[in-house]
Design a protein around this ligand. Structure first.
Ligand code: ADP
Length: 509
């Protein structure tokens, strides 16, 4: 892949967005937009051009302290946890509506901040974010306890009445990454809000913009002051004090497994609740009877969607030896058609990686793969010239299970493809041979057989004859070092609830 084949001119940023970006973007604390206590700001860059597009207040411990105080007040004495469930649900629904009303603007912000194509951001990130609020709004009125018959062995002859009462966990600290900036905010905020919690959200330093715009929409929807506070800032100076804050009852984190372990240690001091959605190195298995007209584009999208910057990317492809060459050539041809460019350009299908750090990291893995003897199949894409952090789709073959590129999460458009001979225990063991267990794919015409393989994969999500199918109703999360707990669906509610058992001694009748 040669640079300078095509240029990546910055398409015009729509005027209302340019206007919004021209003012320093501030922190949301207690219902107001405020500068950081330190007065510091940091630059946000467009990864397709390397140009600075905005200045954002840089929150640190002092701002986290204020935000936690506001969230505590909103939880203890504000209306939020005591509001009727239906009123809370209606408000969440309204937030979903506002996201849809502002879909174009939010998608454009994702395109210039994260780099992803605007059309993709609109169809995926924004649509799923709105749906998450709409779906979660329905749970507000359906969080129920149980009545439980008890034996009360120590009190013979007495009657008791026991119920469980789910209660919001309290003040929640949420820390999110840059790969789906708006959607990660929605996945985190919607369930916390529907259960009646209050929140301090720390957005990723690479991509703060869409979540800050979402903060404005939360206020427009009528969310009471202090219920959601949003801090932009860096991991060590803003994320760490939030994870360690003694007045935060629970931390929900999405990001790397490495930082997930740091979060757990920080939260251990006062044993606060923790849920984690971490990395992956997901196996994608093409069975001998797979319909290749589905499996080839499916495997292509599994790894190259969002430029490979998905924790659930299908990054380890296993193909039956009889189909191996055909599948690798097919994916290379499919991936070679992906047009790289600026996220705001209408014909762009893949943008740049999010940052120079990520560019160095992914190209470093490609070098390490080559040094360890892997063969590189480049897909032949034209790469935009200029300062953008573009890395084209690449497939690595002739690998072995000990190589870094096979074991470690690359988080970029790099697929490792391996042939296998039999659908047997050895294949399953190899697919499961990872510290991660987030997702997996299986492709086969015999869906019963594919299900059997799916049952044996140690992963929180398995897609059969599809990939990247997300739904607000479906739990998502990891086995092993891919995380603790689940996001979305009914399953996520337990991340934000405590269960109280209330037993009443009854009189005689
Ligand atoms: P990635 O590798 O995808 O950038 P990270 O795990 O580094 O993911 O970052 C995800 C989120 O965690 C970001 O909001 C980042 O600022 C935050 N973060 C990074 N380091 C820490 C830390 N030591 N404590 C708390 N949060 C952190």
């Amino acid at each position: 892949n040669v640079r300078a084949d095509v240029s990546a001119p910055t398409p015009d940023i729509p005027p209302e967005i340019r206007e919004w970006l021209s003012q320093d973007r501030l922190l949301l604390i207690d219902g107001k937009w405020v500068p950081a206590q330190s007065g510091k700001t940091f630059d946000v860059t467009d990864p397709a051009t390397g140009e600075i597009i905005a200045k954002v207040a840089e929150g640190d411990k002092a701002d986290v302290d204020l935000a936690v105080k506001a969230a505590r007040r909103a939880f203890e004495s504000g209306p939020w946890p005591r509001m009727t469930p239906s009123a809370r649900g209606r408000l969440l629904h309204k937030i979903g509506d506002l996201i849809l009303e502002h879909a174009d603007e939010l998608a454009a912000l994702e395109a210039i901040d994260n780099g992803k194509p605007k059309a993709v951001a609109k169809a995926a990130d924004v649509a799923l974010s709105a749906d998450m609020f709409h779906y979660m709004s329905g749970w507000a009125t359906k969080i129920e306890g149980k009545t439980i018959p008890i034996s009360a062995l120590a009190a013979p002859g007495s009657d008791f009445f026991s119920v469980t009462r789910p209660e919001p966990i309290g003040v929640v600290g949420q820390i999110i990454p840059w790969n789906f900036p708006l959607l990660m905010a929605a996945w985190k905020l919607a369930p916390a809000l529907t259960t009646g919690c209050t929140v301090v959200l720390k957005v990723a330093e690479e991509t703060p913009l869409s979540a800050l715009r979402l903060g404005e929409l939360l206020l427009e929807a009528g969310l009471p002051d202090g219920v959601v506070n949003i801090i932009a800032g860096f991991g060590e100076t803003a994320g760490a004090p939030l994870a360690a804050h003694p007045d935060v009852n629970k931390v929900a984190f999405t990001g790397s497994t490495e930082v997930g372990k740091i979060i757990v240690r920080a939260a251990a001091n006062d044993l606060k609740r923790v849920s984690l959605e971490l990395g992956g190195k997901s196996p994608n298995i093409i069975l001998p009877d797979a319909d290749l007209s589905l499996a080839i584009p499916g495997a292509n999208a599994a790894i190259f969607f969002n430029h490979g910057q998905c924790c659930n990317a299908g990054s380890r492809l296993f193909v039956h030896r009889s189909l191996f060459d055909q599948v690798v050539e097919g994916i290379a041809a499919e991936a070679g058609k992906i047009r790289l460019g600026h996220g705001l350009a209408v014909d762009t299908e893949m943008g740049p990686l999010v940052s120079s750090v990520q560019y160095e990291r992914v190209t470093g893995y490609l070098e390490s793969g080559r040094a360890e003897g892997a063969r590189t199949v480049s897909c032949g894409n034209a790469v935009p010239s200029g300062k953008g952090y573009f890395v084209p789709p690449t497939i690595l073959t002739d690998t072995n299970p000990n190589m870094k590129v096979v074991r470690e999460e690359i988080f970029g458009p790099v697929l490792v493809a391996t042939p296998y001979d039999e659908v047997d225990d050895a294949l399953i063991a190899e697919a499961n041979n990872s510290v991660y267990g987030l997702a997996a794919g299986v492709w086969g015409r015999d869906t019963g057989r594919a299900q059997q393989v799916a049952h044996r994969l140690r992963a929180g999500t398995v897609w059969v004859n599809c990939y990247h199918v997300f739904d607000a109703a479906l739990p998502f999360g990891g086995y092993k070092q891919s995380g603790w707990g689940r996001e979305m669906g009914q399953a996520v509610l337990s991340n934000y609830l405590e269960t109280k058992a209330i037993t009443t001694r009854l009189g005689s009748l």
